[in-house]
Design a protein around this ligand. Structure first.
Ligand code: FAD
Length: 387
């Protein structure tokens, strides 16, 4: 049984009455991206998660390399993958992308992100939203007591814990995904994708090489279809043992990014792309956007309500790209496999690969991370300049 690093026994002192200027619930990609944006603002930022930071890997951890560079976390990269391959029952194509994927170490990436914040962290299970307190503060209920803050972020993933109603599978617009992590010899330069009805009727299978392990899995856009059997079968076909199961639900439709004074970021706001189920860089991107709005509130440049409205508009402004991806997600499983194979071959011309994957990256462009400088560390905290 996996033992998670949560606080136990005497360590679990009460958090009742704890207050912060900003409360970030969730310490994965989205939550850490928000907190990173708030470093050196002088604000008291408290991050809560039910597990210690980096403790629970939530994905195959493949992300466009330019985003890992933009977030200052290239130290977590395990293997760079400049190619993608797509296999159908009728053939395979291999694309050289205009940018590369990199698989990374989740624990190390979270550590590197947290290092860029000056937030406090504690473990607690967030149970829901409490009362609205006088002075505009919001109470958040946890298994260690009620915590309050005027600015609250839900980066808790697909459950959207701080909203009503919660999303409940399998009824919600959710994809289900599962993967295994067999040992790997470090070979391969591609992120491999299988679009075969024999694997999942509506979805795909993948292999992400990550140095000494491969991350092999399957997802189904239909939340009623189980993916354990396809995952095990794909791993066996690729010669991998089904070790280290890990799975989750993934939202595939944008949700309101603000509700009742709370900002929702990452999977809680449906920021994972439909079709590809790629959610890490959107979590960074929207986390940065939310963090910038909160920073403006802390600096007294905007009221909380103005910032919430701006963030909600920013998120909804991506509905066309997300809507397009959702339509393609519905279309692909309906295409006859031979036609799909032909389409993949046509797109495989380099000019079209560059265009389509360039568009795909630009939906959440990595340049966004550096578009607005973050506040610098006070002089005392900076490295002394060598003589
Ligand atoms: C099998 C699989 C493979 C995937 N592979 C990729 C991939 O290779 N690349 C990619 O871009 N995307 C991938 N995704 C999607 C990606 O994992 C998500 O979109 C991404 O993790 C969203 O980030 P997030 O920070 O919003 O939420 P999460 O990463 O889900 O983080 C939520 C955090 O909140 C904490 N939390 C949850 N509930 C509570 C609670 N009640 N109280 C306290 N803490 C709580 C969790 O411990 C976690 O730390 C994959 C998903 C799955 C399931």
């Amino acid at each position: 049984m996996t033992v998670r690093a949560t606080k136990r026994g005497a360590e679990r002192t009460s958090l009742e009455g704890e207050r912060a200027d900003v409360l970030v619930c969730g310490a994965s990609f989205a939550g850490l991206a928000v907190a990173r944006e708030l470093a050196h603002t002088g604000a008291d930022v408290l991050i809560l998660d039910r597990y210690a930071i980096g403790e629970r890997q939530t994905s195959a951890c493949a992300c466009p390399t330019p985003w890992l560079e933009a977030m200052g976390v290239t130290g977590a990269i395990r293997q760079e993958l400049p190619y993608m391959s797509f296999t159908t029952p009728h053939g395979s194509v291999r694309y050289r992308l205009p940018w590369s994927w990199s698989s990374f170490d989740y624990r190390e990436l979270c550590r590197l992100l947290f290092e860029q914040t000056d937030a406090r962290f504690d473990t607690a299970k967030v149970e829901g939203r409490g009362r609205d307190l006088p002075g505009g503060e919001i109470e958040v209920l946890t298994d260690r007591g009620a915590v309050r803050a005027p600015l609250v972020v839900d980066a808790l993933g697909w459950r959207r814990v701080l909203a009503h109603p919660h999303y409940q599978p399998p009824e919600g617009p959710l994809t289900r995904a599962l993967e295994v992590h067999p040992p790997h010899d470090g070979s391969g330069d591609a992120l491999d994708v299988w679009v075969e009805r024999g694997i999942t009727r509506r979805g795909y299978g993948w292999r992400v090489p990550a140095a000494d392990e491969a991350r092999i899995g399957a997802c189904s856009y239909d939340p009623l279809q189980h993916v354990k059997e396809p995952t095990v079968a794909l791993a066996a076909r690729l010669g991998g043992e089904p070790l280290g199961f890990q799975g989750n639900w993934i939202p595939h439709r944008l949700r309101p990014a603000v509700q009742d004074g709370v900002l929702f970021v990452g999977d809680s706001a449906g920021h994972c792309f439909p079709l590809s189920a790629e959610g890490i860089r959107p979590a960074f991107y929207f986390g940065i956007a939310a963090g910038r709005e909160l920073r403006a509130v802390l600096a007294g440049e905007r009221s909380r309500e103005q910032a919430l409205r701006r963030y909600a508009r920013f998120s909804a402004g991506h509905r066309h790209a997300f809507g397009f991806a959702l339509r393609v997600q519905r279309l692909i499983p309906a295409l006859p496999p031979r036609l799909l194979t032909l389409v993949l071959k046509v797109i495989g011309r380099q000019a079209l690969v560059d265009r389509s994957f360039g568009w795909y990256l630009d939906v959440t462009p990595p340049a966004f991370a550096g578009a607005e400088p973050r506040p610098a560390a006070p002089a005392a905290e900076r490295e002394p300049v060598a003589a």
